[in-house]
Design a protein around this ligand. Structure first.
Ligand code: SAH
Length: 261
């Protein structure tokens, strides 16, 4: 019997309907799959049933990695390592589908890291990831809503995002204290080309630092009141940061980069 380790955020999925639903999010047959944080292999079992070409899993917990080896033998390739420390982007010869029910803080960190590091050639076809519901709500938030902010702007830059479903604590063992949400991400064909992703991070940090205040102060801080930028992007400085749509922030990041050149 495997005892769940709190330090590794281990909440194993046990609800069969949810497991089925996760693996029905996208077509897996003959595809290469990467599962991160497979745990006791509950989701892995459902993935195997859908006949993928190959399954790679990355699991940090040594004990669980051995357990997975015993359970699945040669059906899967186990990488006993920390997802935050390895370069998963260069492991594969073709685009993969990523599944992950990871500890919640790691899901957000990984998503940000992947978006920031994404090159022209996407290394994944899609991502099926679990988040704490509150975080998922921020990722998918539309502008003019209170959840809209840095995470929505970064996440939507290069990826299309679809909410699959909310998941109650009862679907896991041990039960987490919070609700979860499953999100599906796939690459956008066209997105605004920002040279350095950190420009986007920087301007959104400054704009959303005081989200209830008018745009005037952060705009002047970043652009020194540049009227050309204001006119070009049709920005009314008396609005709040949440009133400007995604496109405006991507374009602002480009304008910000021009200042330095
Ligand atoms: N996906 C499984 C397990 C979820 S629990 C299921 O749905 O049942 C989260 C899993 O992520 C655990 O197995 C935990 O050991 C693993 N994990 C936690 N941090 C990790 C990290 N940094 N890198 C890889 N795996 C990690």
């Amino acid at each position: 019997m495997i005892k769940a380790k709190k330090s590794l955020g281990q909440n194993f999925l046990i609800d069969k309907n949810i497991l089925e639903k996760i693996t029905n999010t996208t077509n897996i047959k003959n595809k290469t799959i990467l599962e991160i944080g497979p745990g006791t292999g509950n989701l892995t079992t459902y993935i195997v049933k859908k006949n993928p070409k190959k399954i790679f899993v990355i699991e940090k917990d040594n004990e669980l990695a051995i357990n997975l080896k015993n359970k699945f033998n040669n059906l899967i390739t186990i990488i006993n390592d920390d997802i935050l420390k390895i370069d998963e982007t260069s492991l594969f010869e073709e685009e993969v589908i990523v599944f992950g029910n990871l500890p919640y803080n790691i899901s957000t960190e990984i998503l940000s890291k992947w978006i920031i590091n994404l090159k022209e050639n996407f290394w994944f076809e899609s991502l099926v990831l679990m988040f704490q519901k509150e975080v998922a709500d921020r990722i998918i938030a539309e502008f003019n809503t209170s959840n809209y902010g840095r995470l929505s702007i970064l996440s939507n830059w290069k990826l299309n995002i679809k909410k699959i479903c909310d998941i109650k604590p009862e679907a896991f063992s041990p039960k987490p204290k919070i609700d979860s949400t499953l999100l599906f991400f796939y690459p956008k064909k066209h997105f605004v080309k920002i040279k350095n992703p950190h420009s986007l991070e920087k301007i959104t940090r400054i704009f959303f630092n005081q989200r209830r205040k008018m745009l005037k102060k952060p705009f002047n801080q970043l652009f020194n009141g540049d009227k050309n930028v204001l006119d070009k992007l049709e920005i009314d400085l008396t609005l709040r940061p949440q009133n400007k749509n995604l496109e405006t922030y991507y374009k602002l990041a480009c304008e910000y980069e021009k200042l330095g050149s």
